[in-house]
Write a protein that binds this ligand. Structure first.
Ligand code: HEC
Length: 507
């Protein structure tokens, strides 16, 4: 194990034997006293009331929610309703929707009385992998290797390569996981932190299809019980940050170890997305911005009247506020399309645009990348400007060094104030080797796309010619993780498709 890791190797069998709880530890973590600064949140009210159940928020604005009649509804950044329909190729009707869970940055999993459905760009598609369980999902989390984990009262499941499998330890199901979060270990290995039977454990990848389940070194006091976990995603200089809520404290794991965060009231709920953590603490609604290392408290909002529905990477929380459905954000920050939180970029040119939320209309917009500040005029707000035919132009990233960077997009208002959205991404530029469709892409197509893109429900993409013709559409769909629709693809495979297209889409 690397020196600074929250993982403590514990034998798997130990973890499962009855009565084992985390050893109380004498180490007291450093405590940081927090004085949150008040902010007035921007509120965008939805035109449609929704149920107070787990839902999905998309970092480009909007999300997927459940209406009071049990149908899934898609809302836009401005709170208006967008189309969402059952795909005609589904084998059966969509049942009553119970909850919507996150699958990827732009796709969600709707749990219905008629099984699981994938919510993808306006479609509800029957999940092609049968789930060995009925409704009751407690939550999902996506780890750095691209896998999505599903916690169900019956067991802990992993969706990878379009296949759903169960993680078992010594042949036994990890049932009753109540909370889970992605938590990369110090050496960057992807890890999943989960809470089960009041015990905190970590599953760490130990090779293809193999995981080691271990305890953690979290320093708990006698009688202190962990109640929830959350995970912040990667940023510049960090591969992510686990958070743990206990009956006594809120803790997070930083480079130098566990740190306890002293708030005047202990939170009862924490919700993380991207680099933001929302917490409900008494009547206070708190927001931690990990990049700025600041805590805010939302004025004008009584947290007692708030029910969290979903949070997204831009720092927005969709909540029920009394009878209303509202998107709360610390500022009317622009959203970004064409670039996702933590995305791996291998292409030199990228079409990236800003989209303004209702509260930012009329602001001037510019992007920040490295030392460059690029104005982005209305109405397209395109980082690369516009082609003569009126389509947004790709922006060249070739001046960047390989590694983590942050794309900033700023809305500047007439009074000089600014609202900013920062999107960390990893730039790993192309090597010069051209990839071949037949050798490199065909196997991927066959394993991940062919089942839907030969005779339907998706458009035909079953030949080299079709792939070449649709290369731009395909790269955008896989980079946004909208495709494959039946679950995430490994980052390496996403990068392979991008490299193939960027190197000339060779046969
Ligand atoms: C579970 C079924 C399924 C799988 C697997 C799947 N797709 Fe799709 N895909 C669809 C459906 C349904 C649509 C919507 C109909 C359409 O536009 O073709 C779609 C749309 C698309 C589109 C066009 C519209 C858009 O969203 O931009 C592209 C491109 C695409 N898929 C590429 C792929 C690629 C590449 C793979 C494999 C890596 C893949 N899909 C795997 C079902 C699937």
């Amino acid at each position: 194990m690397p020196a600074h890791s929250f993982v403590r190797p514990v034998l798997v069998s130990l973890l499962l034997s009855a009565g084992v709880v985390l050893t109380a530890c004498e180490d007291t973590p450093t405590t940081e006293t927090i004085r949150p600064v008040a902010f007035t949140p921007t509120q965008v009210k939805a035109t449609q009331g929704v149920s107070a159940v787990t839902s999905f928020a998309d970092q480009s604005g909007g999300g997927i929610f459940v209406a009071s009649d049990g149908t899934a509804v898609r809302l836009r950044l401005d709170g208006s309703r967008a189309p969402l329909e059952a795909h005609p190729a589904n084998p059966g009707p969509v049942g009553t929707v119970l909850a919507v869970h996150r699958l990827g940055p732009h796709s969600a999993l709707a749990e219905t009385s008629n099984g699981l459905f994938l919510a993808e760009s306006g479609w509800l598609l029957a999940a092609p992998w049968g789930a060995p369980f009925t409704s009751g999902l407690r939550g999902t989390a996506q780890t750095a290797d691209g896998a999505v984990w599903l916690a169900h009262p019956q067991g802990l499941y992993r969706l990878q390569g379009g296949v759903l499998s169960e993680l078992k330890v010594n042949g036994r199901s990890l049932d009753d996981v109540v909370s889970l979060a992605a938590a990369p270990t110090a050496d960057g290995t992807s890890g999943l932190l989960f809470l089960r039977q009041q015990t905190l454990a970590v599953a760490v990848a130990a090779g293809a299809n193999a995981y080691r389940v271990m305890g953690t070194d979290i320093p708990l006091k006698q009688g202190e019980i962990v109640t929830a976990v959350a995970g912040l995603g990667p940023g510049v200089g960090t591969s992510g940050e686990p958070w743990v809520l206990t009956t006594e404290r809120l803790l997070h794991y930083l480079k130098n170890g566990w740190q306890s965060v002293a708030l005047s009231t202990l939170p009862t709920e924490v919700h993380a997305a991207g680099r933001f953590l929302w917490a409900k603490a008494g009547a206070e609604l708190l927001l931690y911005d990990a990049d700025a290392n600041t805590w805010g408290t939302a004025s004008d909002v009584d947290a007692n009247t708030v029910t969290f529905l979903a949070v997204d990477e831009s720092g927005c929380a969709w909540v029920r506020l009394g009878e209303d459905t509202v998107a709360l954000s610390p500022s009317p920050a622009p959203r970004v399309t064409g670039m996702n939180q933590g995305m791996l970029v291998v292409e030199d040119g990228l079409v990236v645009r800003a989209v303004l939320p209702p509260g930012a209309a009329g602001a001037s917009v510019f992007f920040q990348l490295g030392d460059a500040e690029v104005p982005a005029p209305a109405p397209d707000y395109s980082l690369g400007g516009m082609e003569t035919d009126g389509t947004p132009k790709a922006y060249s990233l070739s001046a960047l060094t390989p590694g983590m960077h942050t794309l900033g997009v700023v809305a500047r208002f007439a009074d000089g104030s600014e609202a900013r959205r920062s999107v960390p991404f990893s730039y790993q530029p192309l090597n010069t080797v051209a990839l071949s469709w037949d050798k490199d892409i065909r196997p991927l197509h066959e394993s991940r796309c062919a089942k839907c893109h030969t005779t339907g429900p998706g458009r035909p993409l079953n030949t080299y010619a079709l792939w070449k013709e649709n290369a731009a559409l395909i790269t955008a769909a896989v980079r946004d993780q909208r495709m494959p629709a039946d679950g995430p693809m490994d980052p390496q495979q996403i990068s392979l498709i991008q490299r193939w297209a960027a190197s000339g889409a060779q046969p």
